[in-house]
Design a binder for this molecule. Sequence first.
Ligand code: DGJ
Length: 729
Amino acid sequence: MGIYYNEKSQSFNICAKDTSYILAVAPCGYLAHVYFGKRLPDEDLTYFLRLNENPFTPLTNDRDRASYLDTLPMEYPTFGTGDYRDCALKITDENGCSTCNLEYVSHKIYGGKPSLTGLPATFAEENEAQTLEIECVDKAVGLKVTLLYTAFEDLDVITRSVRFKNCGDKPVTLTKALSACVEFDDCGYDMITLNGSWARERQVERAPLHHGKQLIDSMRGESSHQNNPFVALVSHNADEDSGEAYGFGFVYSGNFIAQAEVTQHKKTRFIMGINHADFSWLLESGEEFIAPEVVMVYSCRGIGKMSRTFHDLYRQHLIRGQYKDKRRPVLINNWEATYFDFNTEKLISIADEASKLGIEMLVMDDGWFGHRDSDNSSLGDWFVYEKKINGGLKHLVDEVNKRGMKFGIWFEPEMVSPDSELFKAHPDWAIQVKGRPMTLCREQYVLDYSRKEVRDYIYSLMRNILDNANIECIKWDMNRQITEAGSAALPKERQKELWHRYVLGVYDLMERLTTDYPYILLENCSGGGARFDAGMLYYSPQIWCSDDTDAIERLKIQYGTSLCYPCSAMGAHVSDCPNHTVGRNTPFETRGNVALVGTFGYELDVTRIPQQDRDMIPKQIETFNKYNSLVRTGDHYRIGNMFKDNTWDAWMFTAKDKSEALLEFVQVLGRPNERSRRIKLKGLDENAYYYEENAPDVKISGTALMNAGINIANLWGDYQSRLYHFIKA
Ligand code: DGJ
């Protein structure tokens, strides 16, 4: 590993395990992008910049600077001087003009990785990573721009972010401050994105790049159900196991943009960062701004390897807290069991039954506070609703604890209902534009988390709850997006900072919460999976994947999520049938096997489900416990792909030392004359022999299992599932 500076060519070779990322100082101090791909030795590759080709270089033709700038692969392009491709940085200076020009000043290389104040980011010890900081300046306004790159020693990962400081004596406003730009010398890629809607998150789409701009984004104030802040650019021939894949994950939970632009000469510029629509950030003299982190992963061994690298990075260098490397308690959540219709007795009856079956934690969902009997009231009034929680919260929690179970509780801390005491006392604490009606969504408004007094107040109410009962888990929900983005507390010239200040406010409160209550398991959620992003993983080791708990719908949702995020973080529950979202009936066993991929729990009224389903729960929990360490720490391999063939699915978890592997198979639809299916395994040791746990005498080589496969026989009916555990002989 290392980051090398080549004095002669003024180039930087940022090396991760098998990856190189090279940039160089070009004539006139421009920072140019040279190469991103398979690891290369430290040598001069700046000839790729084609600096001697006429007519596009100031070295040979200074009279046509604009043509040069419009073709030079730029490391961090700015607006206004002749590069007409989309830029990463745009400003407004004191005269109201947008032009900006960066020149290289200096650089430094050191061990470790700096944290990004107020922002989530991957972390590393001094001996685990190396960081390069390149300082550039716009001389005209005195804006210092520091590009940060970190290479992780054991992983094929390079991260990036940008720090801005106004070193001039006049204010400067950033109107676009993206986190990364990567130039590709061709356009022969497919763009893979994760798109969807409520209950249909992270559906995989793949399309070849074409001239012009193709992008995904969010302007909803959160990362969103609709587009996830992750993109992969992959070679046309790339599949799970071969071909080139470039993955870009954004460690951020608000408005974002990720865009590939195919330019006039069939090159590709990829940019990613905070969405610049309705964004600006005023920097008074001496002030700083930090653009969130982009994680870049290159794989020359297909999309699967790219995903596994993201999983390793996020598991080891992003997720924190006591549950980072631990099995999560098997929980039961009462949302689909009762919705708003519950009280102390009902919850205790669920705990009674659940504890007998081996379930370890009860999470009380929405409806326990204020006077909330439906979704139209009380958000912001985080006081126990005594009519429902009769006997008080401590009594309920103690009763649950007495049954040997932990207790978790639901909050939606960013929201306020119009009928709440909070809104009546502080109507200006909701996000709003003066003089305009406020748009209701799910009968609620969004609190102005850019304001510290708002966060402090909500946190004081949360603390009252957390300090008065033995609460060991919080489900943090967020059920609407932002409209009328305005703050009663920000001056006119800072109103467009609200979107980002809001996200920083959410991060601030989550940081306080996880610092003050390190033993609490924090699960994120946003109307299902609208905030399944790397920013949130920094605060919560797990995120509710989707409100769609149907086992078959989940195959696609969990597949899409796994492109970038580890299975250990996916909130997945067994729910009742017919499924509440799609009305489908699936076997209880299959629901369990599909939820096994994630954090695992139940989302049903255990006192009312059929006896034969209830009887299966102890065995399901045993299975979860048996395989959870493999699922949490192993390598994930996708085998089936429901986006291509929706009749079956399969995936694997293989131990890092290849000593064992779990194969899961789902027959989605029974097919005529297809009573068996051959499945080729992945990730095994080809020189070793394995046996399946239920047939210890049959030893098969890793080579055979991976190249010839196994035969899954006696397939009959829809929605059937199987588990196979292979162990090295
Ligand atoms: C949306 C979440 O995704 C559900 O699990 C549930 O907590 C509801 N909100 C409660 O309002």
